[in-house]
Design a protein around this ligand. Sequence first.
Ligand code: FE
Ligand code: FE
Ligand code: ZN
Length: 280
Amino acid sequence: MFKIGCHLSSSKGYNHMAEETVSIGGNTFQFFTRNPRGGAAKPIDPADVELYRKTAAESGISEIIAHAPYTMNPCAATEALREFSLNTMTDDLARLSLTPGALYNFHPGSHVGQGTDAAIELIAELLGKLLAADSENSTPVLLETMAGKGSEVGSKFEELRRIIDLTGGTSRLGVCLDTCHVYDAGYDIVNDLDGVLEEFDRVIGLDRLKAVHLNDSKNPFCSHKDRHEKIGQGSIGTEAFARIVNHPVLRDLPFCLETPHEDISGYAGEIALLKSLRKE
Ligand code: FE
Ligand code: FE
Ligand code: ZN
């Protein structure tokens, strides 16, 4: 089955996101676990979760992506800021234990002058504590491939591999591949998708690849900018997305759009476009 959907606002709860997803022809979605700029998460409404489970089961929604707030930094320079990230992520995972099929995606962080090696150790240390605190649950935790903007960690597959290795290689850790980010980072998914996926397999292992963010890029190859563009209107282009959604290695993963649209009707159009590109 083609699992396709988009990033949605979680302000009206889980069931509302499921209904919006159905209304735009999707069967997966992503949401921020809390205000992306930080702050407390809204308390979970058990009645909403119950309703959501029913809607999801009826409409074929089996996997969803919960995105951690992007302003927290797991490899921040101060203990207090790292502690804040750990507490946020621990609380997010506890909440996600209520929604079946959730994948928890986060940005590895920015080294803010400490250097990549030091940052990788801090991220692994945080993940070790996080998974120990959440050991009763099993929500997969995904490191997102990054564009390499500023001092971002995770724009090279080797960096993600080292974080996973330093966390003991636990099977709970996976990777979410963001098409805009990897292209901006210098992985040529336009001219050599096979080669990039072979490299992913060699460095990280394809068994770790759990989800794809579908975004075109406003900037040229290897620009390290991270500005998302609508599908087909950026430097990646429609033909490359046709290959991406049909690639045997990727085609069964959940694909989630994070493209710039004013409202969800824009996503409905993109989902229809991607379905037209998909060969069954
Ligand atoms: Fe992200
Ligand atoms: Fe992304
Ligand atoms: Zn991005």
